[in-house]
Design a protein around this ligand. Structure first.
Ligand code: FES
Length: 275
């Protein structure tokens, strides 16, 4: 049956989980960069989540979510064998992937999962993929085994130095860009401050930089306007024009303000859910 959860895995217990969902029609069409919208019950909020992987033979898609608000907490209550009411997709414009040489894919937090699908796409296109992943500590890193399976270079940064470079992904990135002037593209997915910092690092090197603004989406189909963002002085909708944009053109100040807009309501909703 479609939308059935075939596998659930706690990647970071109580914080981040992975679901493998039976969705053969979506698996057949989904490309790296696409996302799906989930609805857990008929009055439920629409939850946009980037596809972390697909398996055509099994007819499955993989999603990864951070338990951060009411809807993701509700999603977390589902178990293997349960069915998600709606899984709609694939949505959004897929990542532009072509054979171009060396591509550096940077991921932070749950963004590593979405970055994994894009890195795989670049690998399949014949590019040399350098994966740079970062987290606060070793236990919070995601998809390292999977990325290590096909990326010839996997570079890690942790805030506490428990593995890899002690510090930020941006330091590893700058170092890698200084060593190799022939990098065709950098893709960054993760927290907004990370994507902004990556875009600042790549700018002087003149390397095309793609960031994903998936975290500001709500309805995901261009109706609500919540995902409005300013890219190169133009208003764009992350869900239908993106979610990926040129990191050197995104107005990150405006993006930060928009992301914080519903913090109060989100907190109240979560408190109600817990009570
Ligand atoms: Fe609602 Fe894009 S998420 S318009």
């Amino acid at each position: 049956m479609s939308n059935k959860i075939l596998r659930k895995k706690a990647l970071i217990p109580g914080q981040t989980s992975m679901l493998v969902i039976h969705a053969p029609q979506i698996a057949k069409k989904a490309k790296p960069g696409n996302f799906v919208i989930l609805r857990i019950h008929d009055k439920g909020e629409r939850v946009p989540l980037t596809i972390a992987d697909t398996d055509l033979d099994a007819g499955t898609i993989t999603i990864v979510y951070l338990v951060v608000g009411k809807s993701s907490a509700l999603l977390e209550t589902l178990k293997e064998g349960d069915t998600i009411l709606d899984v709609c997709g694939p949505l959004g414009k897929p990542t532009h992937i072509e054979k171009c040489g060396t591509v550096i894919c940077v991921g932070g937090g749950t963004g590593i999962a979405a970055m994994h699908h894009i890195a795989k796409g670049h690998h399949r296109a014949g590019n040399h993929v350098v994966a740079i992943v970062g987290a606060r500590s070793k236990d919070l890193l995601l998809f390292c085994d999977e990325l290590g399976g096909f990326c010839p270079e996997l570079l890690i940064a942790t805030d506490d130095g428990s593995t890899g470079h002690k510090g930020f992904v941006t330091e590893v990135l700058r170092d890698r860009l200084e060593k190799d002037k022939d990098v065709a593209e950098v893709v960054a997915i993760g927290p907004v401050p990370m994507m902004e910092a990556v875009s600042k690092v790549t700018k002087p090197f003149g390397v095309r930089t793609v960031v994903s603004l998936n975290s500001i989406m709500v309805d995901g189909v261009g109706m609500c306007g919540a995902c409005r963002c300013n890219v190169g002085g133009e208003t764009r909708f992350a869900c239908v024009d993106g979610p990926e944009f040129d990191g050197h053109k995104v107005d990150f100040n405006e993006l930060r303000m928009r992301l914080a807009q519903y913090k109060k309501q989100e907190g109240e909703s979560m408190d109600l859910f817990r009570s």
